[in-house]
Structures are given as C-alpha cells and as structure tokens.
Ligand binder design. Structure first.
Ligand code: PCA
Length: 214
C-alpha cells in the first residue's frame, strides 16, 4: 500500500507552516505502507495541479492532505469539502477569488472517503486532542480537499482520502495573545496515528458519537 501525504508552504504572515514541518518528519513506512511526502504551494488551482501530477506518478492508495488551521487547538480530521473559493486573504501568488466555484462540473460538496472517526479516535486514545471537523473553511485547504475528492470522483476511483488541519506550533504564537498551539512532535505523532487508522480500517468507519452541536 502507498500513502501520499501533502503539507503546505507558509502563507499570510507566517514564516513556517506546521503542516509540512510535521509531514516531512513522518517515517518512510507505517506498518506495511510506503509513505510519500510532498510540499504543495498555497496557491489556488496550482495546488490541485501539483496534487493531480503526484497522484498520477505515485499511484497512491490513500491521499491525506494536511494544512495549518491557526486558532484551532486540536487536530481536526475534515469530513467535507465544498465547491467554493472565498478567500479572506490572497494566496501566495496574489489570487483572491471571492465566491467562485472550484470546478463548474463538480458536485456541491464531497465527503471524505477514509474512516475519519477511526482516525480521530486513534489520535485521542494516545492522549492527543483531536476531533471531526465539518468545515475546512473556504481558502486553499478546502480547495485542495475539494480538488482531491473531485479527482477521486472523476479520475482515481480507487483512491481514498481526506484533509487534516493542524494547529500552530509554539514558536508561531509567541507574539499572538491567547492563541493555541501544539508541539510539532505531537502533530507528527497524531498524523502517524491517523494514517495508521486509515490503513487499518480500509473497509469502513467505526460508529461512534463524534458529531458536533452548534
Ligand atoms: N492552511 C490554509 C491554506 C494553507 C494552509 O496550510 C487553509 O486552512 O486554508
């Protein structure tokens, strides 16, 4: 089995992106699965093109894209991606789409097709806070998750995947008042556990109450 794991380049005012820092620290193998890592630019559409090429070349069974969610305190495994770009800030090439569909021939939304609850439970069992998220936002992270699930729908029907958001690491919040952070080694450990759960629970998710009440 092959697993492709991507992280993003730094964006906005940040000099570092904990997603790729954690991804590049992953081992080459988890159980019997080969782990392939890739840094993706925080740029609308270009990110999906890079991902598409990487899937074509590496032929992974599972694809997990990872990104920074500054302000979240825990590891969040995303359930759904929506067909909209609505950027509050520009991406790394100055693009700032507002209320534009990602693919005009795509579904309004796609659900993750890996066992997200098994992934969350496995992380929590090791004492690291994690939850299911029902929104990946409307910036480049939702964009690449939507792109991944669109590509799976249109081209790579045997691939399974989702997106995982990770918090800031401590060095990013030194000058931010009251902002949560998580040690990089814990983020890497959580990603490893999430990948393990995705590899182990290939055929389906577990039934456990991890929904949210607003
Ligand atoms: N986080 C951003 C885009 C890149 C990243 O790491 C997001 O949540 O959309």
């Amino acid at each position: 089995m092959k697993v492709l794991v991507t992280g993003f380049t730094p964006f906005g005012v940040e000099a570092i992106n904990p997603s790729f820092e954690a991804v590049k620290a992953l081992p080459d193998k988890i159980d019997q699965a080969e782990i392939i890592t890739l840094e993706v630019s925080t740029v609308f559409h270009e990110s999906i093109e890079i991902l598409d090429k990487a899937i074509e070349i590496n032929k992974p069974d599972i694809v997990i894209c990872v990104g920074q969610a500054g302000g979240r305190f825990d590891i969040t495994v995303e359930r759904v991606a929506i067909n909209i770009d609505d950027a509050r800030i520009a991406d790394n090439k100055g693009n700032q789409p507002i209320d534009e569909p990602i693919f005009s021939d795509g579904q309004p939304a796609y659900f993750a097709n890996v066992p997200i609850k098994a992934m969350v439970e496995k992380i929590r069992e090791s004492g690291i806070p994690a939850s299911v998220s029902n929104s990946a936002g409307t910036f480049v992270c939702n964009h690449i998750m939507y792109g991944l699930m669109y590509l799976i729908d249109k081209k790579y029907s045997n691939v399974r995947g989702t997106f995982i958001h990770v918090p800031f690491i401590p060095q990013q919040v030194v000058d931010k008042y009251n902002a949560p952070s998580m040690e990089l080694n814990l983020i890497t450990k959580a990603l490893k556990l999430a990948l393990q759960a995705a590899i182990e629970n290939a055929t389906g998710d577990i039934k456990t109450a991890l929904g949210s009440i607003c």
